[in-house]
Structures are given as C-alpha cells and as structure tokens.
Design a protein around this ligand. Structure first.
Ligand SMILES: NC(=O)c1ccc[n+]([C@@H]2O[C@H](COP(=O)([O-])OP(=O)(O)OC[C@H]3O[C@@H](n4cnc5c(N)ncnc54)[C@H](OP(=O)(O)O)[C@@H]3O)[C@@H](O)[C@H]2O)c1
Length: 217
C-alpha cells in the first residue's frame, strides 16, 4: 500500500497521562519540547488529530513563527466520522487548509479552506485508516504527523501504521483512573496482540526525557 510516512508525537506525564482528569489540556511539554514539536509539524505535510481533541482542547494545529522561520503550514486533518467539528473551531480557521474526514455526509458549511471527505469504514465501523492513508498519499501527503489524542494514537499503533513514535515524558504525576493515557482505545485482547516497540534513542530534553521508538511490525 502506498501511504505517507507516519510520525506519532505526544507528551505524557511520568505516569503516562496526557491530559487532566477532566480530560482538559494541560501543558506537559517543556519549552525545548514545544520547539521540537513545532519543527516536526513544520516538516510534515499534514497533522492529524481525533475529533475529541478538537472538542476538548480546540487546538489551532498551525506552526508558530516564534519557533520556525517562514513556517510551512501543514494541512490539518480531523478524524470526525459524524462531522461534529464546530464551524468556529480554531482548527478550521483560515490560517491553513483543513480536511475533515467523515464516514457520513456532512451538511455543515465551513470556510473555503476546509474540505470534508467521506472515507470508507473498517469492520468496526470506524474510519478505515488504511484507506485514509492511501487517499492522503494520493493527495501528495508524504509525511503525516499524528498528534493524538489517546484513542487515535491507540488505533494507529494497533493497526501497525506508525513509522516513528516520539514520546516526551515530563517529570510530573497527574494520576486519576479515568485520566487519558498515551494510548487508550480498547486495548489488546490477548498477549499475542502486544504491540512491541524498539527504542531508537532516549535523550534528556529540558527537565524531561524524549523517547524515539519504532514499531516492531
Ligand atoms: N498530551 C498530548 O500530547 C495530547 C495531544 C492530543 C490530545 N491530548 C488529549 O487527548 C484527549 C482526547 O483523546 P481521546 O482519546 O478522548 O480522543 P481523540 O483520540 O482525540 O478522538 C477520538 C475520536 O476520533 C474519532 N475517530 C474517527 N475515526 C477514528 C478511528 N479510525 N479510530 C479511532 N477514533 C476515530 C472517534 O469519534 P467519532 O466516532 O465521532 O468519529 C473517536 O471517538 C484530550 O484529553 C486531549 O487533551 C493530549
């Protein structure tokens, strides 16, 4: 299958959490990690998040001039089967192009920078990531940065569709049994479905640690 190079990037606490117990965003990354994240975003053709991240954090998903000279704004992609993206969400503003990927028809009116694309679903009725990646490749998206949230990261890992996986671990503890972790979703059903990673590099970054993993497929 022709597909983009997929990079997953996330920031977690030392107990593996990626948000507050209320699911609201908090700043986990250090300044150095934020700069690294913006550079990675700038080098990507597109950045992708799930609809719940849009609804809880309302991210812009653009590149800030402060971190990158002459930013190249990647295409923003939202996985949103039921077209729940608010028309005033920051990720559909006119600072960059956005693709909203749905599994149903969507009658909402977004601005001209936004395209809604209906995609095939998989056996579980979710947007089929294989078909989606092929579609993105045909749109000339060769590098895709997946930024979360937990369910989306789980799905990409579980489908073995990740080429590079960066995890910044901050020296913080958030706690909470329902707090989103780096990979939520349904989890594996049996031990032979374990997702194995290989450590490419571990480096100290500001007060935290950056892990670069690859998947053992
Ligand atoms: N620290 C970090 O690096 C970081 C980064 C981003 C987000 N976050 C946090 O992550 C949390 C949100 O994560 P989340 O797990 O609740 O939601 P999410 O991963 O952002 O979005 C999940 C939703 O995406 C939709 N979706 C469409 N196609 C899918 C597919 N093939 N596979 C899976 N989902 C698909 C589903 O909704 P539909 O069925 O309606 O389509 C699903 O419920 C927030 O608390 C946010 O703050 C943290």
């Amino acid at each position: 299958m022709n597909r983009p190079h997929v990079i997953v990037n996330c920031a977690m606490s030392a107990d593996g959490k990626v948000a507050l117990p209320t699911r609201k965003q908090l700043r986990i990354s250090s300044d150095d990690d934020i700069e690294r994240m913006y550079k990675l975003r700038n080098e990507s053709d597109a950045v992708l998040v799930g609809i719940e991240t849009i609804l809880s954090d309302d991210p812009k998903l653009t590149v800030k001039e402060k971190y990158v000279n002459n930013p190249n704004q990647p295409i923003r992609i939202i996985l949103d089967s039921n077209c729940r993206t608010p028309v005033d969400a920051l990720a559909v503003n006119d600072l960059a192009k956005t693709l909203i990927i749905t599994s149903k028809k969507c009658s909402k009116k977004f601005n001209d920078n936004v395209k809604v694309i209906q995609c095939k679903t998989d056996e579980e009725g979710q947007i089929d990531l294989g078909s989606l990646l092929e579609l993105l490749y045909n749109l000339k998206i060769k590098t895709l940065m997946v930024e979360g949230g937990s369910t989306i990261i789980w799905t990409f890992l579980n489908k073995r569709l990740v080429d590079d996986f960066y995890v910044y671990m901050a020296p913080l503890i958030i706690g909470g049994i329902k707090t989103p972790t780096m990979a939520n979703g349904k989890g594996i059903k049996s031990i032979d479905e374990l997702i194995s990673l290989e450590i490419v590099k571990v480096s100290r970054l500001g007060p935290g640690v950056l892990f670069h993993f690859k998947m053992i497929k």
